[in-house]
Design a binder for this molecule. Structure first.
Ligand SMILES: Nc1ncnc2c1ncn2[C@@H]1O[C@H](COP(=O)(O)OP(=O)(O)O)[C@@H](O)[C@H]1O
Ligand SMILES: [Mg+2]
Length: 144
């Protein structure tokens, strides 16, 4: 079992290439279809997943990105991991507008978006070891 205790789970590993950002968010969107999400929920989740995957690719500088998705009842958990350079100060990195690549579009708002579009966000990171972003969201709550 990929994720014990969950009702359903999946895991993929893909090359850390920008072309795979769209792939990763489509995979999550497909995985949650069973939960009958609204368009807004799908968009929110795709946005958050894009931000986390983009970070792994651009900042992590790892070869691969791993994504684990699971849900129990209506709560979705998405974990995005890279064995890249890691983050020195996670608290500082998560502050809105903080960025180590100021030339990029939407600079410094990735973690802020993940926080805004999901119900929960946790970041684990260690320099030289990598980064793990865990996001949670309750889906379909307003459909019932
Ligand atoms: N997976 C990661 N690996 C290494 N550093 C990261 C990772 N994700 C985020 N960071 C660091 O956190 C900072 C803030 O991230 P974010 O809020 O997405 O803004 P941005 O990506 O625009 O810089 C990044 O500039 C980078 O220094
Ligand atoms: Mg970012």
């Amino acid at each position: 079992m990929i994720h014990s205790n969950a009702d359903n789970s999946m895991r993929i590993v893909f090359e850390a290439k920008s072309v795979n950002e769209a792939f990763a968010r489509m995979v999550v969107a497909g995985f949650i279809m069973e939960l009958d999400p609204t368009m807004e929920e799908i968009d929110d989740i795709k946005t958050a997943v894009s931000e986390a995957v983009t970070n792994a690719i651009i900042h992590g500088e790892a070869k691969e990105v791993e994504m684990l998705c699971s849900y129990t009842e209506r709560e979705l958990t998405v974990e995005i991991m890279d064995k890249g350079v890691g983050i020195e100060n996670v608290q500082q990195a998560m502050e809105p507008f903080y960025t180590t690549k100021p030339e990029m579009e939407r600079s410094g708002m990735g973690f802020a978006f993940m926080e805004a579009f999901m119900d929960g966000l946790e970041v684990w990171s260690r320099p030289g070891e990598g980064t793990k972003v865990t996001m949670k969201k309750v889906i379909g709550g307003c459909n019932e």
